[in-house]
Write a protein that binds this ligand. Structure first.
Ligand code: NAD
Length: 519
């Protein structure tokens, strides 16, 4: 019997013993850095001479691990292995499949700080952000295990019919191409992989080039638990080459992708083309970017609003699809909120995140991110007033640090207010009233998260109806969705409208079989 699902609690790092435990985990992970990792196809480790390095963005010379630069032939081999394994895995009872997730979850919970420490090193998460990422990964495992047991046989949902014996079963699809981003290197990878597996599919998993170490360690939890050969294959390499082949392969039955709008759109186009020998239309679950706005009106608690804006804009350096990158503030309170946002931004502590739990702003992920973000800071300087930040921060270790940056007086149609920057850059706009704010908030191609700070009941109700985002938050920040509590996923160019961590998510990984026997 399973206990009811309940989200994993976060760790309080102000408590000395938690700090100590986390420091031990950092030491342990540091001792494990620098190894070379293979591809894993059909449970066989395949080493190739061509490798790439995953590095610590705070000290790019520190190699986290070296990973195989796989190519299209490795994608083909992995898909072949997964195709063979599917025939057995699809017959494994749902409770048994769920147990693989529950065992992985138990082990991840035992090694919770170790997994979080990996993210501190590999992607520059603060302790608290890394802890939340690990908690979310545990939650996905626990939640999807229970959800799949609930939905696998949905016969109870049917209307009975005289003299017919009825059944409704949710059966797996086949081989899934799972392509994940680096910004939630554990939670999103775990969520996408475990959803596919527990639904009875076999998986070819390709993590982002920036975070293969965390991904490999997560897969080990399944391999070490004896998941059958070919059920979970791990391949690394260039996204366009390896991911591209996974998307177009005729034996790929579905694609589960989280990443940028540009890549998501290209996958949507490429995956839609029916290849020679392909017997199905590929299912595509694509979760993409955001340009998320927080509205503040004149009735709001302005200090709460400023805190929510700063936490949402600069948590994990603004590298969240749910990050607040636009603050839309009613004229009469604009100056007060802007002043407080700047004060709070200037209080943030920047540094290498392994140095202390008190550091809340670490490096951005890599040189490409530095180039893109600094380009947008240049654009923003011509579109609004630079209120704080705006500079690269040089460190002895050549880390990728950029000051949290706030632009004020930005026209809502300006590029920094419309395009996803994916870094610590906030554009604030002054608007006449709440109605105008709502129109502006809805005025991008995206529709992922949004928040409203107001104490006017009529406006909160209006936002419930008219603010067109997948995740709407009222009087709280726009980040920090919890599995099972805030099912997560966006509208429009933010994706294909699925809700990770929600009660209907696993239906995307299955197909319904309706059976009637005349008695
Ligand atoms: P990205 O699109 O650059 O890469 C994502 C993955 O796609 C990586 O594994 C990459 O190797 C792979 N890839 C790249 N080119 C490919 C191709 N041509 N074919 C197949 N695969 C390819 O995104 P990223 O930089 O890793 O992540 C940041 C983006 O992800 C942001 O836009 C962010 O908003 C978005 N994101 C969305 C959500 C969500 O739930 N909607 C969550 C997290 C991140």
């Amino acid at each position: 019997m399973l206990t009811p699902y309940f989200p994993e609690p976060y760790t309080y790092f102000s408590v000395d013993e938690n700090q100590y435990a986390f420091e031990q985990a950092l030491k342990k992970v540091k001792n494990d850095l620098g190894h070379t990792y293979p591809l894993v196809i059909d449970n066989k480790k395949i080493s190739i001479s061509n490798t790439f390095a995953s590095v610590n963005p705070a000290r790019p010379e520190e190699v986290i691990g070296r990973f195989a630069m796989g190519d299209a032939s490795h994608a083909d081999a992995a898909i072949l292995a997964a195709t063979r394994a599917f025939d057995e895995w699809r017959r494994v009872p749902v409770e048994e499949r769920a147990r693989y997730l529950l065992r992985a979850s138990a082990e991840m919970r035992r090694r919770k700080h170790e997994f979080s420490a990996m993210m501190v090193f590999e992607v520059g998460k603060s302790w608290a952000e890394a802890d939340a990422d690990t908690a979310e990964a545990i939650d996905f495992l626990e939640y999807y295990a229970r959800q799949m047991i609930r939905i696998a046989d949905s016969t109870h949902a049917l209307t009975s019919y005289p003299s017919e014996l009825l059944q409704l079963k949710y059966i797996p699809l086949g081989v899934g191409a799972i392509i994940s981003p680096w910004n939630f290197p554990l939670a999103i990878a775990t969520g996408m992989v475990s959803a596919a597996l527990v639904a009875g599919n076999t998986v070819v998993f390709k993590p982002a080039e920036q975070s293969p170490y965390v991904a490999y360690k997560m897969c080990e939890l399944f391999w070490n638990n004896g998941i059958p050969a070919g059920v979970l294959n791990f391949i690394t390499g260039d996204g366009a080459v390896v991911g591209g082949r996974m998307v177009e392969h005729p034996q790929t039955r579905f694609i589960s992708f989280t990443g940028s709008k540009e890549v998501g759109v290209s996958i949507y186009e490429k995956g839609a083309k029916v290849q020679a020998g392909q017997k199905w239309l590929k299912r595509m679950i694509l979760e993409m970017g955001g340009k998320d706005g927080i509205i503040v009106d004149e009735t709001a608690n302005l200090d709460d609003a400023a805190r929510g804006i700063v936490a949402s804009a600069f948590g994990f350096q603004g590298q969240k699809c749910s990050a607040c990158s636009r603050a839309i503030i009613v004229d009469s309170v604009y100056d007060v909120v802007a002043k407080r946002v700047i004060e709070l931004t200037n209080e943030l502590v920047m540094g290498a995140t392994d140095s202390s739990w008190k550091v809340n702003v670490g490096p951005v992920i890599d040189q490409d991110a530095v180039d893109k973000i600094t380009k947008y800071i240049g654009i923003g300087a011509g579109e609004g007033e630079l209120l704080t930040g705006g500079k690269l921060v040089e460190t002895v270790d050549n880390g990728y640090f950029i000051q949290p940056t706030v632009f004020g007086g930005v026209n809502p149609s300006a590029r920094v207010s419309q395009e996803e920057i994916f870094g610590p850059v906030l554009a604030m706009s002054r608007v006449r009233d709440f109605d105008e704010a709502l129109k502006i908030a809805n005025g991008t191609d995206y529709g992922l998260t949004g928040a409203v700070y107001s104490n006017n009941r009529y406006r909160l109700e209006e936002a419930r109806k008219e603010f067109f985002v997948g995740n709407l938050y009222l009087n709280r920040k726009s980040t920090g969705a919890i599995v099972g509590v805030h099912p997560f996923g966006g509208f429009n160019m933010s994706g294909t409208d699925s809700k990770a961590g929600g009660p209907d998510y696993l239906l995307h990984f299955t197909q319904a079989k309706s059976i009637a026997e005349k008695l």
